[in-house]
Design a protein around this ligand. Structure first.
Ligand code: ADQ
Length: 456
C-alpha cells in the first residue's frame, strides 16, 4: 500500500521547515512502504490560479506541489483558515472573523487540490490528510469517485458544539468531516467534542466511538502526538547544544532561567505569561535578581491584524517590566523574535531551570515535551504547564496551572524555583518515561494501523 500525505505545506527534503519533528515523522511514514506521495502547497503565490503540479522524487517518495494564487492565499489561508477556523477551534469566538467570499476560496482550493490529487491516485493508496486547512478535501475526493481509505488528523483542539455552532455554514464542515474513514484528534476531550457535535448536527447515531452516516462508518479517536525524546536529548548534549548550554550558564552565573518558546500567537498566552512572571517578582521580592525570563517568539502570521495588535501589547509589557524591576546589572525579561536551530533550542532548554508553557488553549504543545526531553536527568528543571494544553493530559507530573489565574502561575514559578532536587528528579523521571511511552513513531504507527483497519 502506498501512503499519500496531504498537508497545507509540503516540507521538501532540502527545505528549512523540515527541522520540525512533524515533517520528519511524516517523511518516515512515507518511506516505510514501497512508495510514498506528499501533496500540498509549495508556499508560493502566483498572479492567477494554476493547475501546474511540480513533482520531484527523492528515493521512494514523490513530492507534488502546487502554487496558490494571491486571491486564494488571501481567502483560503489568511482569512478562512487563520482568521476564522484557527481562533474558533481554539475557543476564541470573539476573534473569529467569518467572511463568505473567504469560505468560497477555502472550498475552491480544496476542490482544486482534490482534482489534482485524484489524477495521481492508485487503487491501493491510503490517504492521510493533515489539519484544519483541508477539512473539505475528503468530501471533494469522494465526489470525484475516490473510494480509497482517507484519514484526517486535527493538530489543534476542537471546541464544544455550542461554540462551533456559531460559525456560519458550520453544517457544511460537518458533512465534510463525515467523508473520512478515520478522524484523529490530539486528546480524548477533542474527540468527544467532535463526536458530540457531528452526531447532533448530522443527526446520526453513535456506535462505540464511530458515527454511522449515509451507510458509511466514520471512526473518531484520540492519537496524542509525541516527539523523539532520545533524539532530542542527544541534540542537547551534542556539540552545538552543549556549547549553547555552557554559554548561557556562564552568562547567567547563578541566576535561574525561565524559558518560553512559542510562535508569536495569541493562543500561546504570552501576555498573561509575562504578567505571571511580573507577579512572581511582585509577590516574592526575594526572587528578584535571582531569576531571568527569556521568551523566544518568532513572528507568525504578521499579515493578520490580531497578531500585530497582540505583538505590540507584548512588547510594551516587556519594556514596562524591565523598566519597573530592572537594575543596572540585572534585566528581568529578555524577548527575542528569532527562529533558533533545533540544537540551540535543545541547549537553551537544558540551561533553563524552569520551562514555562502556558497556552490558553493548545492542541498538544510540543515545546513542553521537548523541554522535558532536553533536561539533565540528574539535575533537571521543572515544567510549568497550562492545563489547557493537550499535553497536560499526558504530563500530570508537571506543575499544572490555570493561565487565566496570573497570580497562581506566579506562585507556581516560585514553587518551581524552590523545588528540592529529589522532587525534580522524580517528576522528571515520570515525565520522561511518559514521552517514551507515547512517542512520535508510536503516534504515526497507531494512527496508520487504525486507518488501515477501518472498514475491516
Ligand atoms: P504549533 O502551534 O506550532 O503546532 P507546538 O506544538 O508547540 O505548536 O510546536 C512548535 C514547534 O516549533 C516546536 O517543535 C518548537 O520547538 C518549534 N519552535 C517554536 N519556536 C521556535 C523558535 N524560535 N525557533 C525554532 N523552533 C521553534 C501545532 C499545534 C500544537 C501541536 C502541533 C503538532 O498548535 O498544539 O502540538 O501542531 O501537532
Amino acid at each position: 500500500m502506498r501512503l499519500v500525505v496531504v498537508s497545507n505545506r509540503v516540507a521538501l527534503p532540502d527545505s528549512s521547515d523540515r527541522a520540525g519533528g512533524l515533517a520528519v515523522a511524516l517523511d518516515e511514514a512515507l518511506r516505510e512502504g514501497s512508495e510514498g506521495l506528499w501533496f500540498g502547497w509549495n508556499g508560493e503565490t502566483s498572479r492567477r490560479p494554476s493547475d501546474s503540479v511540480h513533482e520531484q522524487r527523492h528515493g521512494k517518495v514523490s513530492f507534488a506541489t502546487v502554487a496558490l494564487s494571491r486571491e486564494e492565499f488571501a481567502g483560503y489561508y489568511e482569512s478562512y483558515a487563520n482568521r476564522c477556523l484557527w481562533p474558533l477551534l481554539h475557543f476564541r469566538v470573539d476573534l473569529t472573523a467569518y467572511d463568505e467570499e473567504a469560505e468560497h476560496q477555502y472550498r475552491a482550493v480544496n476542490e482544486r487540490f482534490a482534482r489534482l490529487l485524484a489524477a495521481r491516485l492508485r487503487p491501493d493508496d491510503v490517504i492521510w490528510v493533515q489539519d484544519y486547512h483541508l477539512i473539505p478535501l475528503a468530501g471533494a475526493l469522494r465526489r470525484l469517485g475516490v473510494s480509497q481509505r482517507i484519514g484526517f488528523f486535527l493538530h489543534i483542539p476542537f471546541p464544544p458544539a455550542a461554540l462551533f455552532e456559531t460559525l456560519p455554514g458550520h453544517e457544511r464542515l460537518a458533512e465534510d468531516f463525515a467523508a473520512y474513514d478515520l478522524i484523529g484528534t490530539q486528546t480524548e476531550a477533542d474527540a468527544a467534542h467532535l463526536r458530540d457535535y457531528l452526531a447532533k448536527t448530522l443527526a446520526v447515531p453513535l456506535e462505540g466511538g464511530s458515527l454511522l452516516h449515509r451507510g458509511r462508518e466514520v471512526r473518531l479517536d484520540a492519537f496524542p502526538i509525541g516527539i523523539d525524546p532520545a533524539g532530542f536529548r542527544a541534540l542537547a548534549t551534542a556539540e552545538e547544544g552543549e556549547s549553547e548550554f555552557l554559554r548561557l550558564r556562564a552568562n547567567l552565573r547563578d541566576r535561574a532561567l525561565v524559558v518560553g518558546v512559542d510562535r508569536l500567537d495569541y493562543t500561546k498566552g504570552l501576555v498573561r505569561r509575562m504578567r505571571a512572571f511580573e507577579s512572581l517578582l511582585a509577590q516574592f521580592p526575594e526572587a528578584r535578581r535571582q531569576v531571568e525570563y527569556l521568551q523566544v517568539a518568532p513572528l507568525s502570521r504578521e499579515q493578520v491584524e490580531d497578531y500585530r495588535r497582540f505583538r505590540l501589547e507584548l512588547e510594551q509589557l516587556t519594556v514596562k517590566i524591565n523598566a519597573q524591576y530592572g537594575e543596572t546589572d540585572w534585566t528581568p525579561v529578555h524577548y527575542i523574535n528569532r527562529i533558533l536551530s533545533r540544537a540551540t533550542l535543545a541547549g537553551l532548554y537544558r540551561a533553563a531551570s524552569i520551562g514555562l508553557v502556558t497556552p490558553i488553549r493548545d492542541g498538544m504543545n510540543l515545546v513542553a515535551k521537548e523541554y522535558v526531553a532536553a533536561q539533565d536527568a540528574d539535575d533537571p528543571g521543572v515544567l510549568v504547564l497550562s492545563r489547557f494544553a493537550g499535553a497536560s493530559a499526558q504530563m500530570p507530573e508537571a506543575l499544572l496551572v490555570n493561565p487565566y489565574d496570573v497570580a497562581s502561575v506566579g506562585r507556581a514559578l516560585e514553587q518551581a524555583r524552590q523545588m528540592p532536587r529529589a522532587e525534580r528528579r522524580a517528576r522528571h523521571a515520570a515525565l520522561y518515561a511518559g514521552l517514551c511511552r507515547q512517542d512520535l513513531r508510536g503516534w504515526r504507527q497507531s494512527y496508520l494501523d487504525s486507518l488501515r483497519g477501518t472498514r475491516a
